[in-house]
Ligand binder design. Sequence first.
Ligand SMILES: *[C@@H]1O[C@H](CO)[C@@H](O)[C@H](O)[C@H]1NC(C)=O
Ligand SMILES: *[C@@H]1O[C@H](CO)[C@@H](O)[C@H](O)[C@H]1NC(C)=O
Length: 274
Amino acid sequence: MWSILLTIGLLFAVQGPVRCTNIEESHEDIDLEPLDRGPYFVIAASQNVTALVGKSAILKCRVRNLGDRTVSWVRHRDIHLLTVGVDTYTSDQRFVASHFPRTEDWTLEVKYPQPRDSGTYECQVSTTPPIGHSMHLSVVEPVTTVVGEPEMYINRGSTMNLTCVVKHSPEPPPAIYWTHNEEEINYDSPRGGVSVITEKGEITTSYLLVQRTQPADSGSYTCHPSNANEKTVTVHVLNGEYPAAMQHGGQLRLGNPSFVIFLASLLTFLNHQQ
Ligand SMILES: *[C@@H]1O[C@H](CO)[C@@H](O)[C@H](O)[C@H]1NC(C)=O
Ligand SMILES: *[C@@H]1O[C@H](CO)[C@@H](O)[C@H](O)[C@H]1NC(C)=O
């Protein structure tokens, strides 16, 4: 009698809203029978996680037919038992397991994650023998890049457009400032024609624009995001005669400075021959 009621209840649950809202898992519903199948993982709901440094990471493990077994989390790096049920077993109190009643989800929260927390974590169920499902946590750090670094070559008179990109920061940098040869850039200087445009978002981009570049504008430019590493690009303002093809683009982004020096000396040589 009870088993019939259970079957009806279970079928009802399977047919219910869960099925409609979670397409990824629809294949899981098919093999739900028979009832005495032991605990198993819903893989689609227990995936790899990428987290930002310092921003809580949550690993999720969905277990069906758990019965009276317990769910534990194990770190593979050192085969360390982190949690059993909702109790933390490690001295590192950043690891907190949770379970919300009437759900099948068991979560492991890693507070203030650091890159060294990256690795494989396993959700284990206390069957005999135990069964486990592993997932990967990647903790990424903010990273700043300047397009064209480390060296850029710009023709005199053209507009310098330096692009600084900040990725993986938990929040958009509250401020980004630029320096030229270690001095903060003054946008109201008598030189004029210097401006900055910053677009904040998941990826923050700051453009430094210097119009009518002069040899004095050469040197190192550094982008300083307030919550990520700084990045420097060395700019060379070319002050010579170059073929139309090279002047056309205005801004040259050549990876190999020796090539430019070679080209410059070749052109000088040719000029002298004429
Ligand atoms: C999870 O991450 C591991 C390690 O990076 C990788 O081998 C595996 O394919 C990933 N799984 C999925 C479903 O992306
Ligand atoms: C500066 O360069 C970026 C690409 O790096 C481009 O999207 C942007 O429009 C340029 N800005 C100006 C004013 O040329």
